[in-house]
Design a protein around this ligand. Structure first.
Ligand code: F6R
Length: 241
């Protein structure tokens, strides 16, 4: 596991965007795994600027997002479909048919999960997976527990995650309690992984990710088993290392 400590949020975002751009410039038809949340917003902004400067071309890129809330319509402003459109997709030359996000409104959720895995497989697997991290160590929405999902599944969010994500919703009871998330093996099969973290509230999770035992109660600790994982974190997130 490689750890890059940057001064602040902005330089963390810039570094992440540079790594992603290198991936796409080296392999224009890269398959990217993407995350949402506050952490990668700066990275998406940097990528949009790079695109406008002609430094990166997404025309052959395929993307798969990690997760989506269950039963939250894509037009809802808190859905991850909406987030990706607003923060990234609508600003660059990705083909809409090359972007994939689990569909939270489906009736047959098991079929959707199976189909999502199949689509990743048919695309040739993920070349570069971008991750954020929950303060409880979740990656994607793989929440701490005695066991973790291997593949894409409908998951129950923990109270901690619901509480943390309520900052985006009008009230706590508006936060969906379930989500569709890719599983741990789906993440660990990516050829390269970059995990971003910023701020003091991520410091404990980062410490346990790097220094602790591999433990399903800290899902991010499983990244220790992956040969090509780079953590890009700011000084606050690194403060307990
Ligand atoms: C988002 C995701 C989550 C977030 C994590 C951190 O697609 O999979 O694991 O990365 O909850 O969220 P922020 O960045 O908002 O602190």
């Amino acid at each position: 596991m490689r750890v890059i400590v940057e001064n602040d949020y902005q330089s963390m975002s810039r570094k992440a965007a540079l790594l992603l751009a290198s991936q796409v410039n080296l392999k224009p038809n890269s398959v990217l795994g993407l995350a949402t949340g506050s952490t990668p917003e700066g990275m998406y902004q940097e990528l949009v600027e790079m695109y406008h400067r002609g430094e990166i071309d997404f025309s052959e890129v395929v993307t798969f997002n990690l997760d989506e809330y269950y039963k939250l319509p894509p037009e809802n402003e808190e859905s991850y479909h909406y987030y990706m459109q607003e923060n990234f997709f609508k600003h660059v030359n990705l083909h809409p048919e090359n972007t994939n996000i689990p569909r939270g409104m489906v009736e047959k959720v098991e079929t959707e999960c199976w189909y999502y895995e199949e689509k990743i497989r048919r695309a040739g697997g993920i070349d570069l997976q971008v991750l954020g991290i929950g303060s409880n160590g979740h990656i994607g929405f793989n929440e701490p527990g005695d066991r973790l999902n291997v593949t894409t599944k409908l998951v129950e969010l923990t109270e901690e995650t619901i509480e943390s994500n309520s900052r985006f919703f009008d009230s706590l009871d508006k936060v969906p309690r379930k989500a569709i998330s890719v599983g741990m093996a789906t993440i660990l099969k990516a050829r390269r992984i970059i995990l971003l973290a910023s701020g003091k509230n991520k410091a404990e999770a980062i410490k346990k990710t790097i220094n602790g035992y591999v433990d399903t109660r800290i899902p991010s600790s499983l990244l220790q088993t992956h040969p090509e994982t780079t953590l890009i974190i700011d000084e606050e997130a690194a403060s307990l290392l």
